[in-house]
Design a protein around this ligand. Structure first.
Ligand SMILES: *Cc1c(COP(=O)(O)O)cnc(C)c1O
Length: 386
């Protein structure tokens, strides 16, 4: 088969199995309501959990930042791309996370690749939850370490696997909040298991920062842990922070080591300094405005209570990610289309993003939603899908 034929075959297979993906073009900023093809939709499918992506103060900070710093950073961090704006944000994030040091990365994907591949080498072992984010799995593969996957949050299986390997270094890697299921990794047990075996624990809390814990410090605060109990903490800035980029938090040696060794840190242009300025602003809002997290909690409760009453198949999630299981991709697509006809945007998530047979609607909440929006959404679910 030629490469051209392989492309054609893959595309047509995707079509025939309802797995073909297409982008929709937004004609409005990310927010509560988005415009697509001239029509407004109430948006239940972004990761802008706190509603900061289009916050006027954050927009102003970005504008002011670009007046001060220009647009492009013009170089990698180790060359001349590391500005005062980046450095201040790193210090603020270190304060926020309670870790000694923080290192900014251009995206969460790159942070994950950089961390795991810098820490491990051939002969080591990386242990990953079956439902870990794709970037963590890719990071494991890139590291050349042996990749061991354990059943979702099955800590006894993880413990068993850790005991089986005796050579090399060990790294346990997990999502803090699982991105497609919304459930929370059992960190206290994972810390115990990992450390009993001298393994380090890496937690990617892309969906926990800003959302979990009274102060929004994520899964670590949720379990009332000290940040030092997790060896490497990773956060993304494109979700609850509403901006762009990512960070790794840890001790002094970890961060200095990553500066020397993480290839996705070294060999790439630093993110625009104005984005760092904007993120400093959103970090202040995220810490100060507790009402955003409280509101999310109320919306989630209302949705789950209402969903139970109408018999919607929910998952074990207490976070703003509330998937509704449809099983097959066809049903997921049809339900998503129905919601759309009624003015609601909820994306269908299909394999390979989720395991075969677990296609779902991924409903996500934002602090900008009102109780009326939740009730309207439930209303469509109850009248259109019976
Ligand atoms: C979104 C996400 C990432 C990737 O972050 P980006 O900044 O979008 O590249 C990494 N890990 C998890 C768990 C995510 O949900």
């Amino acid at each position: 088969m030629s490469l051209r034929e392989r492309l054609k075959k893959t595309l047509s297979e995707r079509h025939s199995t309802n797995l073909y993906r297409q982008r929709q073009i937004l004609d409005s900023p990310q927010g509560l309501q988005v415009d697509i093809d001239g029509k407004p939709y109430i948006n239940f499918s972004s990761n802008d959990y706190l509603g900061l992506a289009s916050h006027p103060d954050v927009i102003r900070a970005l504008c002011k930042g670009s007046e001060t710093w220009g647009v492009g950073s013009g170089a990698a961090h180790l060359v001349t791309g590391h500005s005062r704006a980046h450095h201040i944000l790193e210090e603020e994030l270190a304060d926020f996370t309670g870790c000694k040091r923080v290192l900014l990365f251009s995206t969460g994907y790159m942070a994950n690749l950089g961390v795991v591949s810098a820490l491990l080498k051939r002969g080591d072992t990386v242990y990953e939850d079956k439902l870990n984010h794709a970037s963590l799995v890719d990071a494991g593969i890139l590291s050349r370490a042996k990749l061991r996957r354990y059943t979702h949050v099955d800590i006894s299986m993880l413990t068993e696997l850790l005991k089986q390997d005796c050579k090399g270094e060990k790294l346990v890697v997990t999502d803090g909040v699982f991105s497609m299921d919304g459930d929370i990794a059992p960190l206290p047990q994972m810390i115990k298991t990992a450390h009993e075996d001298n393994a380090w624990l890496v937690v990617d809390d892309a969906h926990g920062f800003g959302v979990l814990g009274k102060q929004g410090r994520g899964v670590v605060e949720h379990f009332k842990l000290a940040s030092q109990e997790v060896d490497v903490l990773i956060g993304t800035l494109g979700k609850a922070f509403g901006t762009f980029g990512a960070f790794v938090a840890g001790d002094h040696d970890l961060i200095e080591y990553l500066v020397q060794q993480a290839r996705s840190y070294i060999y790439t242009t630093a993110l625009p300094p104005a984005v760092a300025t904007a993120t400093s602003c959103s970090l202040r809002l995220l810490q100060k405005e507790h009402w955003r997290r409280e509101k999310l909690g109320e919306l989630i409760n209302r949705f789950r209570t209402g969903a139970k009453q109408i018999g919607l198949p929910l998952m074990q999630s207490t976070t703003p990610i509330q998937p509704v299981l449809c099983h097959d991709s066809d049903t997921a697509l049809k339900m998503s289309a129905k919601l759309r006809t009624n003015g609601f945007l909820v994306s269908a998530i299909r394999p390979p993003t989720v395991p075969e047979g677990t296609a779902r609607l991924r409903v996500t909440f934002s602090a900008l939603h009102t109780e009326e929006h939740v009730d309207q959404l439930l209303d469509i679910f109850s009248t259109k899908f019976k």
